[in-house]
Ligand binder design. Structure first.
Ligand code: FAD
Length: 438
């Protein structure tokens, strides 16, 4: 392994959750020359999957490895830099009466995992009836037909956009440099040279043609990683889920204060309304949408962000209406605002990738593959890069190694992951259906 010294220049591409946390941990660990490149003009970036009102933090996983990490992250969320964004309101996790067996099985596995872990079990309450649910959250006045599951008081949510803002400020205070914007912040390519020992990166080139030298380039570009490291496109698929909001009055926001994250595995979930904007955020459950290039077979986010805005596929809207009808019926017919598709980096096994890119003489690291569950770890993910750089034997955690591509399944591998319900659809197909209606 090529050792990086603490004075070497390190470039991080992407100021989303993984990039900012990496900048924070590297600077806290004595790395003194860090520059972050971000294609948007500001942070939080409109392209970041984490630029959102809130994200769930749920510690129970089917894989106890991720439970341990979430418990470690939870402790970090309680520290001064992160605690303003952390809201432990509990997680009400259920299925409704029409849930298919896969959703019920997954719920049961999550519940079993929570009940088997003594750190979580004491916070877990079974929910077997409407009364049980209303005991956990009196605000749920809907009929909750057939709802069953559990309530975990250990879990909750974070204000993710504000957390990105806070960590951006903290890294600036630590001396991390930032290049923002579609001209000087957008990275067009990693620049390589041939050395006697093989191919090696010497830095990056931005859209304005400028070259920036670095001893190490860390690609934390989320769903767009394959644009810079094409080989990663075989194992990371850009995928999106819908997000929508309901705009409440001050009184309505107030009435819903303290409500847990309410999650029906077969319908979707919503959060406590944000008191600053009076927005209640909702996400439908589903297999998501991919954007596969017919020639390369690789899925990348659409070039223009506007393609994903003002858009809620019909199938998702129907799920969210049903979710509200069953839980908060007085909101069921309200218009949805701030509707969009949010792009993340999905892998076939839901494991992240935290590793050197092969055949680059350890000059390029790829940090991607968040698989839609990475934000809860925001305070600690950057530490994994610190550990990688300190290791003389590379990535010691087999789960996070560079993935050798499996035979292509067209990106529709959500179905292999037990917690995904529904099929994946091509973005062009839902867009065509929408444009047809307009
Ligand atoms: C709808 C939805 C709901 C989610 N819910 C949860 C949840 O409840 N709990 C949870 O833990 N996680 C959740 N996630 C996942 C979470 O958002 C991600 O795990 C996290 O944002 C991943 O961070 P990242 O830095 O890899 O990618 P991002 O946050 O997307 O950041 C990537 C950044 O790289 C920049 N970039 C890309 N290419 C370039 C380039 N060439 N040059 C310069 N900059 C570039 C982008 O502009 C962007 O800012 C959800 C995701 C979605 C989409």
């Amino acid at each position: 392994m090529m050792a990086i010294s603490k004075q070497d220049r390190i470039i991080i591409v992407g100021a989303g959750a993984f990039g900012l946390s990496t900048a924070l941990h590297l600077s806290q660990n004595g790395y003194s020359d860090i520059t972050v490149f971000e294609q948007d003009d500001e942070i939080p970036s409109m392209y970041s999957a984490a630029n959102d009102l809130n994200k769930i933090i749920r510690a129970e996983y089917e894989d106890p490895f991720y439970t341990d990490l979430t418990i470690e992250a939870t402790e970090a969320w309680k520290t001064p830099l992160f605690r303003p964004y952390y809201h432990r309101v509990g997680f009400l996790h259920c299925v409704s009466e029409k849930a298919e067996p896969k959703a019920v099985d997954t719920l049961n596995r999550f519940r079993a995992s929570a009940e088997a872990d003594p750190r979580l079990a004491k916070h877990v309450v079974p929910l077997n009836s409407r009364e049980d649910i209303q005991d956990a959250s009196w605000q749920l006045t809907g009929s909750l037909p057939g709802w069953k599951g559990y309530f975990n008081r250990y879990d909750g949510y974070m204000h993710s956009a504000d957390a990105l803002r806070g960590v951006h400020r903290a890294t600036q205070a630590q001396g991390v440099k930032f290049f923002l914007g579609k001209i000087s912040g957008a990275v067009e390519a990693v620049v390589y040279e041939q050395t006697p020992n093989g191919k090696k990166s010497k830095g990056i080139r931005t859209k304005d043609g400028k070259f920036h030298a670095a001893a190490l380039v860390i690609i934390a570009a989320g769903a767009a990683a394959a644009k810079l490291i094409p080989e990663v496109g075989q194992s990371v698929v850009a995928k999106s889920w819908s997000v929508a909001h309901v705009h409440l009055t001050d009184e309505e926001t107030s009435a819903l204060r303290g409500i847990p994250v309410v999650y029906a595995r077969d319908l979707g979930f919503f959060f406590e309304p944000d008191p600053k904007t009076n927005l209640l955020k909702l996400c439908p459950m589903g297999g998501g949408f991919i954007n596969t290039d017919k020639d390369t077979g690789v899925s990348l986010p659409p070039e223009s962000r506007s393609a994903s805005l003002d858009f809620l596929p019909e199938v998702d809207e129907a799920k969210l209406r049903e979710l509200l009808r069953q839980t908060l019926p007085w909101l069921a017919d309200r218009p949805f605002v701030r509707r969009s598709l949010c792009w993340f980096a999905d892998t076939s096994d839901s494991d992240f990738i935290v590793d050197y890119v092969p055949d680059t003489s350890d000059s390029v690291v790829v940090f991607s593959g968040d698989s839609g569950h990475g934000f809860k770890m925001f305070p600690i993910v950057g530490k994994w890069i610190v550990d990688l750089l300190a290791s003389s034997t590379g990535q010691s955690n087999a789960r996070w190694r560079w993935k050798t591509p499996k035979p292509k399944s067209g990106g529709d591998w959500g179905a292999d992951v037990s917690w995904r319900i529904g099929n994946t659809t091509e973005f062009r197909d839902i867009k065509r259906a929408r444009d047809h209606k307009l």
